[in-house]
Ligand binder design. Sequence first.
Ligand SMILES: C[S@@+](CC[C@H](N)C(=O)[O-])C[C@H]1O[C@@H](n2cnc3c(N)ncnc32)[C@H](O)[C@@H]1O
Length: 275
Amino acid sequence: MATDRISPTAHYTSYVWVRAGLSPPELGTPRGRRYHAALAPFDALFGPRVGAGLEQQLLLRHRAIDAEVERAIAGGARQVLEVAAGLSGRAIRLGERHPEVRFVEADLPDMAAQKRRLLASLPGRRVPDVVDVDALATDGPLSLSAVAAAQFDTGAPIVVITEGLLSYLPWPAVQSIWRRVASLPFPVVDYLSDVHLGDEVGQFAAVRAFISGLSLFARGQVYLHHANLAEAVEMARGCGFASADAPDARLLVGEPTRGGARVRVLRCKTTATRD
Ligand SMILES: C[S@@+](CC[C@H](N)C(=O)[O-])C[C@H]1O[C@@H](n2cnc3c(N)ncnc32)[C@H](O)[C@@H]1O
């Protein structure tokens, strides 16, 4: 399955991170600016109807995943692999804050090459290594297991992130990624991702309309894989994780929760307890 059709979405999210001061301006591309200008009117239209616009939700998801990476680092994690990292600035931001941690970003070869070029325009910054991966490859040098084993110490725990990838893939592809992440040969694998639930997101006509628009933008279907929270947790455990939960992102960043969650962070671990 070729999934490079998804790559343009990375320009949009990157522009959102830059606008919010979460990424260096050099990671904002002209393409990202154009996509942002094109989507902004729809976001302004649909956002107020569901309580928070796409941009706001993306920022919440990004900050909540940051908070969980910080938590893992505070708990001793020293290796972080961000799969489908796109043009995100997380590994620069957190890597500069935690020089003791090895951050590696991975993406499809074209996107990874583009990221390496952009990072080369940031002299003096501590930037992550960026490597080629195909999260859907079951074996070979681009597979998750080959990349993880080549880049990290397999004797120590690892944190693996996929942000903004899974909604663009059909369930069998997501399931195969989760299985491969859960079986990576590390003593502990801590896995973080955004996750979207049918009973929280799919109920809004405005959100369904927005998802249809996003499908056009991503040139392929956008999926809601889980009917509800219990199902998402059960599906993650069924893929080999010993523990899984998916808290409301607002809780993870210390914001008050009012109304149903729209953004959740899936937190899975290959050991039975999270801490
Ligand atoms: C919406 S972007 C998210 C980028 C980044 N995580 C962020 O939040 O800004 C989706 C990313 O998934 C990457 N991608 C698509 N298919 C992939 C695959 N099979 N393996 C690895 N990355 C993939 C795209 O190249 C793109 O960078």
